[in-house]
Design a protein around this ligand. Sequence first.
Ligand code: ADP
Ligand code: MG
Ligand code: ZN
Length: 586
Amino acid sequence: TELMDKQAELTSRRNALLQQLEEAYFPWSEKVEQQLKDSFNLSKFRPLQLRAINLTLLGKDLFLVMPTGRGKSLCYQLPAVCSTGFTLVVTPLVSLMEDQIMYLKSIDVSAAMLNASINKESVKTVMAGMTDVKSPFKLLYVTPEKIAKSKLFMSRLEKAYNANLLSRIAVDEVHCCSQWGHDFRPDYKLLGILKRQFPKVPLLGITATATSSVLKDCEKILCVSQPITLTSSFNRTNLYYEVRKKNSDNEASISDIASLINSKYKDQSGIVYVFSQKDAESVSTELQKRDILAYPYHANMDPQDKSRVHHKWTSNKIRVVVATVAFGMGIDKPDVRFVIHHTISKSIENYYQESGRAGRDDHPADCIVYFGFSDIFRISTMVVMENTGQQKLLQMVDYCQNFDRCRRSLMAVHFDEMWNEEGCNQMCDTCHCITVDITQHARQVVQILELAASNNEKMTPLKLTDAWMGKGPAKHRKMIQTTTLSRLKAEAVIVQLLLRGYLREDFSFTPYTTYIYIKLGRKAPLLKSQAHSLTMKMRTTESEPAEVSKVHIDAPQESYSQSFCMCLRCACVYEYSIQQLRNVSY
Ligand code: ADP
Ligand code: MG
Ligand code: ZN
């Protein structure tokens, strides 16, 4: 505990220091504030931005981990305009680079880029600009290949460094360094040369997806020693997470998606993620047949078509993009109201990224996965070559199979975070409950049991439920009130009454098996009073768990009482134990 106290104290001192970074006045503070408004047209910083900017301007090496769309770029673009010389930005994709250059042009910040598609003349100009004391550009975007493979470029960089014109290095998508990340790029592995050659230049590594072990790996590869890591919470509180069972019939599964889109997201824009290029084509065709303005997007389309679809979607001329994971980086549409997965993602990290394209404007948006049995194996064959592919896929499957834990809490583990149900605020299907009054239901159940008792009849759980649902012998039906609840809900009520002592179990042992009957519990008489009322929380979604293959109960079926207790301990009583109840041989 002494060690833990020390740890806690250190953490709190560190947090206090970091806090001060936002309040302290630095020589550049005024300029930073002014540029934010005048150049970038923004009114205030988002969480962590100012902290990161001050740290990098102090010359610290920094890793910045922030969800996509939160504004990581500003953390190097703004320091770049406030420093002499230029900032080198390493970016994995030419398209990302072009987007950024276009954006910077539009706000009058000078920027240049070097990649394979730049003509010789421009390359010359840019190379010359690198050592120009007047710094014709504040940001220079390059692909990692440039650094790994171009000696000419490295020698220019060396010159710039010696002339104190290389003010900062930003490595975007820094997780690409690590093989343990989800998007390893071999050329990133060679970026360690930057810190070795230019030790005085502060480095800023940026990512939206790195666990602490991936970051440790990046630290080694980039040769930075003990960088400060700033991590913002990954909890996207405005996103509602839900898992639905995928219809095994292909047509029907698409119809489900179409009717969801047509009913819930009329005139709103969204993404449907699919597994393959073929799926992208076929699903979009099927959605079109069902009156949805949907277009496919995948890696095999020619670049013009791709950017046309992207553009039309961004400008709301088409509503839905049916895409493979190729539709990802660089998407920055604020008002995406739904991201539907026609097929599960290959890992939770990927799912978080893909679904996270919803609700960038901080308004509510939905993330829905359709979970189908055969999809598991389609993806499994795809990830078979990846080191931890199977393991990650199974975690995704577990996310989908889980119907008793908050979806956020399942996701948080992958970001080294803890989100409890408060952090969810009922914004996932497993947390989303309503409180219903079950007093009348309880009275009906009690009445059935009283009647049975007066006839000397013993009621098994199954018999009780059947009778209540009007499926018992005809002579009973006349004398009792049957329920209008669905079977799942009726069972949930009975379990609830058992848990709260209005009902109890009664066991009868024979040498071969154990019989279980339901009897009135000690609290049953309370229901006689009209003033007594009883409520319970119920899921609002009626959907059954995807499969009941996740068996919580390891004990042999005949020892039912023991297995029931095991189930009581986990929170899954509604869904699973009752499924087991059905399967028990009475
Ligand atoms: P990331 O790299 O983290 O995915 P970007 O840097 O591309 O995100 O920024 C995403 C969007 O957020 C951009 O449209 C940007 O203009 C906007 N943005 C960034 N910082 C702020 C801020 N402080 N206030 C409002 N919008 C911001
Ligand atoms: Mg970015
Ligand atoms: Zn939840």
